[in-house]
Design a protein around this ligand. Sequence first.
Ligand SMILES: *Cc1c(COP(=O)(O)O)cnc(C)c1O
Length: 398
Amino acid sequence: MMENREQIMEQAEEAFLHTYNRYPVVLERGEGVYLYDTEGKKYLDFAAGIAVQALGYHYPGYDEALKSQIDRLLHTSNLYYNEPAAEAAGKLVKMSGMSKVFFTNSGTEAIEGALKAARKYTWAKGRKDAYEIIAMNHSFHGRSMGALSVTGNAHYREPFEPLIGGVRFADFNDLESVKAQFSDHTCAVILETVQGEGGIYPATEEFLKGVKKLCEEHDALLILDEIQCGMGRTGSLFAWQEYGVKPNIMTCAKALGCGVPVGAFLLDEKTAAASLAPGDHGTTYGGNPFVCAAVSKVLDIFEQDHIVEHVRKVGAYLESRLDALVNAYDCIALRRGKGLIQGLVIQGRPVNEIVLKSMDEGLLVITAGSDVLRLVPPLVITEEHVDEMVEKLERVLA
Ligand SMILES: *Cc1c(COP(=O)(O)O)cnc(C)c1O
């Protein structure tokens, strides 16, 4: 076993394809909402593995559910039925109010499925020239070729062009700009209910309702990407539920399994009835018994332990503490966000310097866009953890 931090980082860099500039820390274990590195240093975790560890680490009952599934059955393929997948699907459909679900291994694959479902829907309706997808500038939907095609960041897209055709970009929270891209060729609009990677921008109610109306007028589908903002993070199980704007297709991943690789796309009744059919889509691993045992347990915990209600309370507290920081420090221009997905816009100093200094102070935070400090802690943090985070952050900002 390699016990030395430098040795581990060196060996990793020797073998990994260099696609990440990693922070110089080797994480070893987690407990509650804290992480520990190989040197035994403790970090308050306000990154949660990029909004994945909604229940923190070793939440009561979670490990046991996974361990007992390992002892029974890890994988079967989707050629057969298994109980954990049936259970997880039933719970997710019920709790989301959507009609049908398809499990994937990641967020980007959930987006691929959503795009295919939308294309198949208009095709099946005989509208074969209605293939255009309207996506948003500054959006992020993943790294596979299809998801990249609808990601509103030219820097991510350009080296890989040509991507899938028929994608038009509009400005988020600018209804007129979306309207300008609509035509008889429009198949679907895809957007994040709260833009994450792009800098933590919640959709305005007027915008989301307006886009939904445009979709209905043109018989186009609304795809809401809830991969980052969903699963309780904004203070409702799915962010769109607060707006009263139900998507035709929804994507979900990150916190869905709270640490196991699983995503999903869900269809409403009308879309499910006239979209993907046997032979149109598949996955070997997707929704296997192991990851579905996790999903099933996570959804039970959310319900039994009132996780979403907790987010509403602690999220309001976090907002008030962050607003005080905005007032107190010139280097923070403003706060954006909802519940436990928050961004602080940093001015006059590099945001990455704040991230690195926070690590020295024993606090993990991440960035979004070029100048936003992103806070996406486990949903189970308490007001005391918020106070501890603010204390540490103030030492960095001072
Ligand atoms: C993370 C993310 C994705 C991609 O998910 P992966 O699991 O990394 O493929 C897609 N959309 C949004 C909004 C995300 O935050």
